[in-house]
Ligand binder design. Sequence first.
Ligand code: GDP
Length: 442
Amino acid sequence: MAFEGLSDKLSAVFKKMRGKGKLKEADIKEAMREVRMALLEADVNYKVAKEFVAKVTERAVGDEVLESLTPAQQVIKIVNDELTSLMGETGARINFSSKPPTIVMMCGLQGSGKTTHSAKLALHFKNQGKRPLLVACDVYRPAAIDQLKVVGAKVNVPVFEMGQANPVEIAKKAVSHAKDYGNDLVILDTAGRLHIDQVLIEELQNIKAQVSPQEILLVIDSMIGQDAVNVASSFNEALGIDGVILTKLDGDTRGGAALSVRAVTGKPIKFVGMGEKLEDLEPFYPDRMASRILGMGDVLTLIEKAQTELDEKQALEMAQKMKQNSFDFNDMLSQMQQLKKMGPLSSVLGMIPGVAGKLKEEDAEQGEKQLQQVEAIIQSMTAAEREKPSLINPSRKRRIAAGSGTRVEDVNRLIRQHEQMQKMFRQMSGGSKKGKRRKMPF
Ligand code: GDP
């Protein structure tokens, strides 16, 4: 899979960082050196890797991270944010003209996947209700026209061709054909070369000048590594591209192109090719790609939720109370309410890798019900009872059970659990005989 090497290396860096607990500035700098190496080995452009690491370091050595309870996670979150922003923040899409047809000009080197992706795009937009027309402007490569006809037939999209005629003329005629036949999307499959050459560039410039495409999409093979940046820059300077389709991401590409292209050209990746089949086209989402590179699944969403929903100060107070053994039912209730803010239990658990997929719906429902029951029982207690559970005698238990729609056994169970928690906290905060205080685990 693409990015495998980069993912493995980054996760090794983060694992080492997590093992350290509290981080010093030197730890972050050391980790960032390793991140930079990992990026370079994945074929990320040298300048891009350097700037990326500088940005992450600047944010990561701030107080916010160093003082945090979970510094390693904060650093991972920053890396994730910066990776996302490197690839363009939000997903960029095709701009459709208000006056159809919209003209999309595909360009790129030979073998990059232009013809295949012309058909993939046609299929993608046909499925969204458009009426595409594929146009064979590659008149030099033997069999290029036939290849387009074959893929066109596969996706059931008409192909406009004029044999070996002048590509500029073909493009112009195709546009008027589209107007006559009601095709609202014209996809020009232009010629490629093994290397960028002046003749090719001039031909593309002429087509651009004559038909004014709304979108010039550069098709780049992600397997070409560092070269992707040069190809993208050259095409962009000569033609002013609007976006990139990065192909063959299903292979074992090291992925550097995905991370460098946008930073170097300022032009977004709009689609990625994920296989040889004509359905294998995906709109590009920088945030999902970043999570994928970090191999984190939705844990990042979880961290983010925890950051926005949970109050760190409150968490510290809670830890203090546990140490002092004054964790009462009010605290238990407020902890449960914090947990609830993060969403249904099933979705919170489902975001944890390893749990997702294995979690049975019934288990999550059961857990949810138990949480509700505990909440109802605590809410049926008086303020005095919550603070001092020892007040709860049998008649109070009966009242609480009736008030919360539960049974006395349920109330008893909760009181027992609370006692066990107290006992556990006592042990953790250093009741050991030799007077050695054991460290709190949080
Ligand atoms: P063109 O010369 O730029 O028109 O490139 P083609 O469309 O002919 O593609 C070149 C080769 O790459 C073909 O064998 C395609 O099947 C293959 N190809 C194109 N896109 C992808 C992709 O996303 N994944 C994989 N694995 N192969 C692809």
